[in-house]
Design a protein around this ligand. Structure first.
Ligand code: F6P
Length: 328
């Protein structure tokens, strides 16, 4: 592959925001300055690329952002970038600024955009895994996942207090799109009675049996974690079904929703984002294009974007086994 001289790098965040995105932007920009590169912020993801919302960054832009949730570059899901016309406009804007490489921080949709753009226009791009869902291969953890799990656990601990006081059964719905990583992590970390994930279809009968056996074991409060996107239905739908079989339970439903996306990143996410931000700049300088930088066993690994987004990262079977033992 031809090694291109890179002088100006554009950075963008796209898709659902995730805690640690700011830390990743900051690390990439600081690394760019270290290597005497010009760094550009592309605001509102691919939308801003199409609308020319692009500004040269200086060190003031990245002061006191490492510790903040969200993304100061803002984020969007761009429909127009999915069209060849949208990408043509975006390319013209990058050329006008002289931007010759991209760092795209986001989930699978955002990285797919970077891949397409590289295929069509040859713009060197490196993706960083920025999503609370943890559903990208090529990295043990995505930026934001650890923070989201901590946020979910903190919220569920509070639900536990009131559930115990009233001997109630709670169904708590967590995010993750069609992946159960947050559910499994938060479920084990909050001593859930059961964890329902999209990857496995849990028959309602086995959930009911489990709840009955916990009643026999004198467990008076129960929290069931339901991952959104599950095959057994939403937390509310499952709660309604369970109520029919176990009418004596006082059942409540809580949807944690977008609070899982906010908040200051944990130490883990700050370190992950910082290492990957530097890796993205160094990777581009070394000619690593159309890849995603991830961390596997604490080491930076570059995985072709097509592999990172297509490979099915599996919820760890051993985590499920442990969750089952601990909830019996
Ligand atoms: O991909 C991150 C995520 O928070 C998913 O967990 C969730 O399904 C989705 O984004 C929600 O998207 P939006 O903020 O557009 O409603």
């Amino acid at each position: 592959m031809e090694l291109k001289t890179i002088k100006k790098i554009g950075v963008l965040t796209s898709g659902g925001d995730a805690p640690g995105m700011n830390a990743a932007i900051r690390a990439a920009v600081r690394a760019g300055f270290y290597y005497n590169l010009d760094m550009y912020g592309i605001y509102r993801g691919y939308e801003g690329m199409i609308q020319n919302d692009i500004k040269k960054l200086d060190s003031r832009n990245i002061t006191h952002v490492l510790e903040r949730g969200g993304t100061f570059l803002k984020s969007a899901r761009s429909e127009e970038f999915r069209t060849p016309e949208g990408r043509k406009k975006a390319y013209a804007n990058l050329k006008a600024h002289g931007i010759d490489a991209l760092i795209v921080i986001g989930g699978d949709g955002s990285l797919t955009g970077a891949h397409l753009f590289y295929q069509e226009y040859g713009i060197p791009a490196i993706g960083l895994p920025g999503t609370i869902d943890n559903d990208l291969s090529g990295t043990d953890s995505t930026i934001g996942f650890d923070t989201a799990c901590n946020t979910a656990i903190e919220a569920i601990d509070k639900i536990r207090d009131t559930a115990t006081s009233h001997d109630r059964l709670f169904f708590v719905e967590v995010m993750g799109r069609d992946a159960g990583f947050i559910a499994v992590n938060a479920g084990i970390g909050s001593a859930a009675a059961a964890i329902l994930i999209p990857e496995n279809k849990t028959p309602i009968e086995s959930l009911i049996e489990k709840l009955k056996s916990r009643t026999k074991a004198m467990k008076t409060s129960n929290i069931v974690i339901v991952a959104e996107g599950g095959k057994s239905g939403s937390a509310q739908e499952i709660a309604d079904k369970v109520k029919k079989f176990l009418p004596y339970y006082d059942i409540k439903v809580t949807i944690l929703g977008h609070l899982q996306r906010g908040g200051a990143p944990t130490s883990f996410d700050r370190l992950l984002a910082s290492k990957l931000g530097v890796a993205a700049v160094e990777g581009l300088m070394q000619g690593k294009y159309d890849v995603m930088a991830g961390l596997i066993n604490h080491k930076v690994v570059f995985t072709p974007i097509v592999k990172a987004i297509v490979d099915d990262k599996k919820v760890d079977e051993d985590d499920l086994r442990v969750a089952n033992i601990l909830s019996t």
